[in-house]
Design a protein around this ligand. Structure first.
Ligand code: PEP
Ligand code: MG
Length: 856
């Protein structure tokens, strides 16, 4: 139904009727969930939620602009109206993927002619929304907008009647002083695309002065969104603004600042460019390096715990020589493209290789590397060097080393560490370009690797049976290399004193990764004592493993289920090998992170069912629905920039925003559930309604599929849920406490913050009280509680969690035997007393004193 009666494409001198460019549901422009459109900054118009995927011309006219990302096109009518059609929201970020423009600037088009074909599925999955806006960018030429409503058919139904205004003089002819801005570097990640262009035009319209934007010899009217977009201004481009008129000075003062600061768009800055756009003064200085006064002790940062004794070996970077010049730029461009493609594949396989334990950061490391391979800044600079006659290898090497050097110089420890990632990716592409093979190095037994820095790729190639530990001068506890070392169980020190590089290869050392201490010139007795300690630790591990298949029952008869946190089938197999009694947390985000696009229902079902079959009919598995956002972005699921991602669309909240993504996963879980003992769990539940909503969707899909019901639980990881646990317990079968988040939220301390790390301790009594509340709330309704956050595997926490009444500990695979062994040494009644005392202490440190660590 539509409210317009006018015939399609009816045109008169005073009015123009636009015809539906797509079939679908009309949506008022004010209702578009993007302020740039909703507040009519681009112009007034209408939006369509499309069901077709070919954008047609809504009127006769000439193509005034086609965006290089293919998602937007402007038709200029004979009356001079500029009709911009913008497919989807935030689709500029898709960089052209999914769009095939069928027209070029200057083409004449008739109503109903094809303008852009697009892949609606791809866009829906990868952008924020498919809503397509049809707006008049020079809306001041229109006296009245009369939008239609309801469903419309493409090329048939009218969508918007425009009553034209009498032409008036515009400020463009204004006379008066001319004011020119300073040079401004564009900081916007996708350049001046529709949104920032609209904001600029809107601001420019506030002034009487004529305003132009200039880049090199090109210029455009600063009030025209289309003209600004037509300049295709990219990030890093230098522009100037000019104003002519009585208020020119004020205009430039406001606009210059607005453009310089990104026109309100604070999109995440990809790594390679962060160097250019982050003021040094805003960055935090790294903590001072530890330095030892004892010549026989070198200090650094504890990067990966554990003791190792061995002989040092200096790892050196391979230097690759390249030819500077090349004859044929086209051939060089092709070489670069091929090398980038090859690098992408190699990183994909590295990702598979290191993937093991359920630590989301690991998969994310190589995903970030893949993103660097697509960084537009790197590509642009390399591309223009090739155009100037440089070889692809030379252009690439110059670009990434310059960018990495720039990053490394920054005061921010985090950004400096990203320089290492850039070098890693850069070296890989360079090796492919030059055909220089990576030297396969066989390390001697008991090697302690010493290096200026190691890269994540180096880590993936280390043989842990020979390399017992490593220390690097660069890096910190949060560096990607440290994360990988921890997951591989290799003791490591980062940020160690540089004099470590002076050690002759073969120097005997003791490396203490827990204390960040490297001991030189140890006496024979000391070396022996340390080796004995390592041997005792190993013996204890062996004994624990031998008992790993027995249940974990306290001395006074309380059984604790010890289950695994996993991310894949391989993890499930490993968990069973070491006595895992099931899976307390399958982080399904791994299934999504390992894919280059969202896995289909069938693919997901196969993966979940496969893991259930590995576990067999008796061992339960809790499948946690997708928990991305916050610290775990998905490259193919772009999300709007958020000021505070940890307080934004994380976990189940994202599911409600992308219902199809959520339903697809629910169906896959339900279909797979009959392959074993499946339970489902929702992450980041904060409000009671969220449980009801998620359960309703689950039940709807279950009935459609006709499969038996499965147990449904929630993560307790938001303080609101812990505090109201008693009410939440009415609605679910079980709780699993996510202490990683249930520590960062109550303490308001980022769980990954390098400086706050010592205080982000789940044994803080405030967190323990939340756990206590949760267990007591669940008890009132006869529901059970598990813990799946990292603290569940911490030997100082185990007695306290058991004492608080937790029934299940879900831990990382390698610690399963030790946790089971520890539970067997405990008395539940003693643990209860311990827990009550802990609840009344003042700090995490005091709680830790209450449960001293066993010494070896
Ligand atoms: C947690 O928050 O403790 C948890 C287990 O979930 P994740 O670490 O995946 O956020
Ligand atoms: Mg969590």
């Amino acid at each position: 139904m539509t409210t317009l009666q006018a015939p399609p494409a009816h045109t008169s001198a005073q009015a123009l009727v636009l015809v539906a460019p797509l079939s679908g549901q009309l949506v008022a422009i004010e209702a578009v969930p993007d302020p740039v459109f909703a507040q009519k900054m681009v112009g007034d118009g209408i939006s369509i939620d499309p069901v077709s995927q070919v954008l047609l011309s809504p009127c006769d006219g000439e193509i005034a602009q086609v965006h290089s990302a293919g998602h937007a096109v402007t038709v200029k009518t004979t009356q001079g109206l500029e009709i911009l059609m913008h497919i989807g929201l935030d689709t500029v970020a898709l960089k052209g993927k999914g769009f095939t423009p069928k027209v070029r600037v200057g083409d004449r088009v008739r109503t109903g002619d094809i303008l852009i074909e697009f892949d609606a599925d791809y866009v829906a999955l990868n952008a924020r929304s498919l809503l397509t806006q049809i707006v008049v960018t020079n809306s001041d030429r229109v006296a009245q907008f009369k939008p239609a409503t309801g469903m419309v058919n493409a090329s048939r139904d009218p969508i918007l009647e425009l009553v034209l205004a009498e032409p008036t003089a515009t400020g463009e002819e204004a006379a008066g002083p001319v004011v020119i801005s300073k040079d401004i570097i564009i900081p916007n990640p996708a350049g001046l695309h529709a949104r920032p262009a609209a904001v600029l035009a809107q601001l420019a319209k506030k002034y009487q002065s004529a305003i132009t934007i200039h880049r090199g010899s090109d210029s455009a009217n600063g009030r025209s969104v289309v003209a600004i977009m037509g300049l295709e201004i990219s990030r890093g481009d230098t522009v100037t603004l000019a104003a002519t008129g009585v208020d020119a000075e004020a205009a430039i003062a406001e606009l210059e600042e607005a453009v310089r600061t990104g026109l309100g768009e604070e999109g995440a800055v990809p790594i390679a460019l962060a160097a250019a756009s982050i003021a040094q003064s805003e960055l935090t200085a790294p903590p001072p390096r530890p330095k030892s006064d004892d010549p026989n002790i070198l200090l650094g940062v504890a990067a990966s715990p554990g003791l190792a004794v061995g002989n040092t070996l200096r790892a050196r970077r391979q230097v690759i020589e390249v030819e500077e010049d090349a004859e044929n730029p086209n051939a060089e461009h092709r070489k670069l493209d091929k090398a980038l493609e090859q690098a992408m594949l190699e990183i994909e396989s590295l990702r598979a290789k290191v993937h093991g334990q359920g630590d989301p950061s690991k998969a994310a490391i190589f995903a970030a590397h893949q993103e660097l391979l697509e960084d537009p800044e790197l590509m642009d600079i390399t591309g223009s060097a090739i155009d100037k006659g440089k070889s692809a290898a030379f252009a690439w090497q110059q670009t990434y080393t310059a960018q990495a050097d720039q990053l490394a110089k920054l005061k921010s420890e985090l950004l400096a560490q990203r320089a290492n990632d850039l070098r890693d990716v850069g070296d890989r592409v360079l090796r492919i370009l030059t055909g220089v093979e990576e030297k396969a190095f066989v390390y001697p037994d008991n090697t302690i690797l010493v290096a200026e820095d190691l890269t994540p790729s180096d880590m993936a190639n280390i043989d842990p049976s020979r390399v017992k530990g490593f220390c690097t001068v660069a890096g910190g506890a949060t560096s990607h290399v440290a994360i990988l070392a921890r997951s591989m169980g290799i003791p490591a020190i980062a940020g160690i004193e540089p004099r470590v590089l002076d050690l002759a290869d073969g120097t005997p050392v003791i490396l203490d990764g827990s204390k960040g201490k490297l001991r030189l010139n140890a006496s024979v007795q000391e070396l022996e004592a340390t080796q004995n300690r390592i041997a005792r630790q190993k013996a204890k591990q062996a004994a624990d493993l031998e008992q790993a298949f027995a249940p974990a029952i306290t001395q006074d008869g309380r059984q604790i289920e010890v289950v695994a946190n996993i991310g894949s089938k391989k993890d499930a197999e490993a968990a069973i090998q070491v006595g895992g009694e099931g899976v307390g947390l399958l982080r399904t985000e791994f299934v999504f992170m390992e894919a280059t696009s969202a896995p289909t229902e069938d693919q997901q079902e196969a993966i979940y069912a496969d893991i259930l079959r590995v576990l067999g009919p008796e061992r339960p598995m809790i499948i946690r629905t997708l928990d991305v956002g916050g610290d775990k972005p998905l490259p193919y699921l772009p999300m709007a920039h958020e000021e505070n991602p940890f307080l934004g669309e994380r976990g189940i909240r994202l599911g409600f925003d992308r219902p199809e993504l959520m339903r697809t996963q629910f169906r896959a879980i339900l279909k797979a559930s009959t392959a074993g003992k499946a339970r489902v769990m929702f992450p980041m539940i904060a409000r009671l309604e969220e449980i009801a909503m998620a359960k309703a969707v689950m039940e709807e899909e279950r009935q459609k599929l006709g499969v038996p019901p499965i147990e449904i639980g929630i993560m307790i990881e938001v303080p609101a849920a812990a505090v109201l646990a008693e009410r939440f317990a009415e609605q679910v079968d079980f709780f699993s406490i996510g202490t990683n988040d249930l520590t960062q939220y109550p303490l308001a301390m980022d769980r990954g913050h390098p400086k706050l790390a010592p205080f982000v301790d789940a044994l803080n009594p405030s967190v323990l009280r939340m756990i206590d509340l949760t267990v007591r709330g669940a008890d009132q309704h006869g529901k059970w509680v598990g813990v799946c956050g990292g603290v569940a595997g911490d030997p100082q926490a185990v007695p306290i969690l058991v004492g608080l009444g937790v029934k299940e500990l879900s831990v990382s695979v390698p610690v399963i035997p030790a946790v089971k062994a520890q539970v067997r040494t405990l008395r539940y009644s003693h643990c209860q007393e311990l827990a009550q005392r802990a609840l009344n202490l003042d700090s995490a440190a005091q709680v830790r004193e209450l449960v001293p660590l066993e010494e070896f």
